[in-house]
Design a binder for this molecule. Sequence first.
Ligand SMILES: [Zn+2]
Length: 281
Amino acid sequence: MGNLIKYFMLNFIFILLVSQMSGCQKTSKSIDNFDDFGVDKSSPVTVSVSANISTAKTIIPKQVVEAVPILMYHSISVNPKNDLMVPPDVFAAQMKHLHETGYQTITFKDLEDWQAGKPIPKKPILLTFDDGYIDNYTTAYPILKKYNLQATFFISFNYLGDSRHISWQNIQEMYNSGLIQFGSHTNSHPDLTVISSTQRQAEIFQSKEKIEEKIGSEVIAFSYPAGVYNDLVLRDVSEARYKFGVTTKPGNARVEQGLLSLHRVRVHGYYTVEDFVKIFP
Ligand SMILES: [Zn+2]
């Protein structure tokens, strides 16, 4: 893993240098009162785009994108007491806004291809949903379909198909649509830092294998339950050959964070649509 991270660190420094050196006009927006939104001040929310390339339709080379927002959702439902739940009407307005303002959803596979030199959309954004709640299928998925937005659902294998979580049938349908990718959120959603190494490895390796077996394609992204991890967890996630790991640390994802410990932008249940628009203008 060390070499991989070093490689991407160097790559990232190169990207930064190129974007700083480019003589073209940069547009970089950030919002006031960043901290009010729980977003790391050191991580501007929007990407920087060089003007001469932005005239090219929708894709730009990776050299001009500094960071990618990975949004973190959980349940799309109404519960004012639970900040993890985003009301359906608010979620629908957020997706409509992303659609209308030219954001283009990408997947972790796109991130991987981007690292290999393929272009990335001008306003890239990743939508992620943790825990595989049933409303991700009944509520979020129809809205994502309406606006043709891609997303990654991180699922905990043992919970699939119970009354609160999506089933394999739901997963198959959504995967076949081409819009929804699936990542691992372990088997049983434990704190990975307090269980035995045998249990930890089972949670990390087996969940990947089981999902791959079901959907018939490689699972490359992992979400740490409750965002908790340590060096041993990182080592196992690397050895299991996940390419990306996402945490609950706030801010845009940048290569310097390490591809297995990328930050995310939490979409709070209490956000108004206006709050969201300020973060993603
Ligand atoms: Zn979770």
